[in-house]
Design a protein around this ligand. Structure first.
Ligand code: ADP
Ligand code: MG
Length: 439
């Protein structure tokens, strides 16, 4: 009992310490390991040390500096010269969360656009509307001093844009750069609202996820097949399983590649724990107690199914916790409303499915709970999703905590294989009931 109490208290302490933490001055997760680059030719292009070295349009440089980027990150320094060179070459890039991949491909897209040519030239696909919107925010900041016309191709109910007053179709027709989700983009092509003929660059963010998931993959392939022959194809992600990598190599043939060693991908600043629950029902009790006991900054609770998200959101609310819930079953407006509220910090606890496991940056998130462990349909551990999920915390050089709920033999096996796969200890936290007694 004594021991358990100490452990829970030390967890409380760890989590409360996180709240007072300021991010380090540099927002980037810089790896001490080198980026490994594989090139398709032996053109002697070196990595750059400044953004000026890239010989970009001055207005683009101005945008970059205004974002507070003084010099390229490690992966930007190595990848950008290859990404922006002429003639364009494909790229398959892999580096851990928070290493500046977005800026690398956004800058590449913007550098390829001829602002006088009023037609679509750059297309970027992301697996979720939330990520597409986040990428567009980065595009708009970087392009602030350029006349680029952009549009977001995500499912939406608004007929007119709030900012320009134009109809969405007008916006799409005029856009030089589009960021969107595969379904909506495919639909725009099918209805001939956007024109593919002048597209010069096609980017897939979280590429492995896009190619791996049945429907996203099918749509991405169909869209890719519509691209002009000389279109540059750029794939970025933090992870690629072996099978997906060989698929990626066919999707983006003859690509330059860069990658960080896999062990470097296991995020070091995140402490990983597990709690041994008695059974499925007991998990809810433990969750409820955790939130009663701990003062937590912002946190994300991941579950496998939409239904579970709805059920635990309802029960947590009934028990007096302020939580919000986001999954693919909600309408577009509901999803935007929930995500915007979470980004503003209106709600501290977000319950969600794998739809938000990737790419989403919310600085204040210092705890990720795997209420359901990430597994594939057969119950085998899904290492990539695990890494992406816990990577939602510990961003921007902060530290974070992740807690995994174990409740039966299979989930125990899953935690043990995750531990082995990443060679990082996942520490057991004893459960003492009721938690409230030890406060
Ligand atoms: P990734 O996609 O690799 O997970 P992001 O693109 O989300 O990472 O970048 C992580 C953070 O680093 C973002 O806040 C981004 O604005 C910032 N960032 C990117 N490039 C630079 C740079 N050159 N200098 C400083 N900050 C940067
Ligand atoms: Mg990213």
């Amino acid at each position: 009992m004594e021991n358990g109490a100490t452990e829970v208290n030390s967890l409380t302490e760890q989590i409360s310490n996180l709240e007072t933490q300021e991010p380090k001055h540099n927002a980037l997760q810089e790896s001490s390991h080198d980026v490994v680059v594989t090139r398709v030719d032996d053109d002697p292009i070196l990595s750059v040390t400044t953004f000026e070295d890239l010989k970009l349009n001055e207005n683009l440089l101005k945008g970059i500096y205004e974002m507070g980027f003084t010099k390229p990150s490690k992966i930007q320094a190595k990848a950008l010269p290859l990404l922006i060179k002429t003639p364009p070459q494909n790229m398959i890039g892999q580096s851990q969360s928070g290493t500046g991949k977005t800026a690398a491909f956004v800058l590449t897209m913007l550098s390829r656009i001829d602002f006088d040519l009023k037609s679509l030239q750059a297309l970027c696909l992301a697996p979720s509307r939330e990520l597409a919107r986040q990428i567009m925010v980065e595009v708009l900041k970087m392009a602030k001093y350029t006349p680029v016309m952009t549009a977001e191709a995500i499912r939406e109910s608004n007929v007119k844009s709030y900012t320009t007053g134009k109809s969405r179709n007008e916006e799409f027709a005029e856009a030089q750069l589009i960021v969107g989700t595969p379904g909506t983009v495919y639909d725009l092509f099918r209805r001939r609202i956007i024109n593919k003929n002048t597209i010069k660059i096609f980017v897939l963010d979280e590429a492995d996820n896009m190619l791996d998931q049945q429907s996203l993959g099918d749509q991405s392939i169909k869209i890719k097949n519509m691209m002009p022959k000389d279109c540059q194809i750029v794939l970025f992600s933090a992870t690629y399983s072996r099978e997906v990598r060989s698929f990626a190599e066919r999707f983006a043939p003859n690509a330059n590649q860069f990658s960080l060693k896999v062990e470097e991908l296991s995020v070091k600043t995140i402490s990983q724990f597990y709690m041994d629950c008695k059974n499925e029902q007991h998990k809810f009790q433990v969750l409820d107690d955790l939130y009663t006991l701990l003062t937590i900054g912002q946190s994300i609770i991941f579950v496998q199914k939409r239904d579970t998200a709805d059920i635990i959101a309802r029960r947590m609310t009934e028990n007096g916790h302020k939580v919000i819930n986001l999954h693919g079953g909600l309408s577009a407006n509901e999803r935007d409303h929930v995500m915007d509220g979470f980004r503003r910090g209106d709600a501290k606890v977000l319950i969600t499915t794998n739809v938000l496991s990737r790419g989403i940056d919310v600085l204040q998130v210092n705890l990720v709970i795997n209420y359901d462990l990430p597994t594939d349909a057969t119950g085998k551990p899904d290492f990539e999703t695990y890494l992406h999920r816990i990577g939602r915390t510990g961003r921007f050089g902060r530290t974070g905590v992740s807690i995994n709920f174990v409740h039966d033999a299979n989930s125990w096996e899953v935690v043990k294989s995750i531990e082995q796969h990443f060679q990082r200890e996942i520490i057991k936290i004893e459960i003492i009931f009721p938690f409230n007694n030890i406060c």
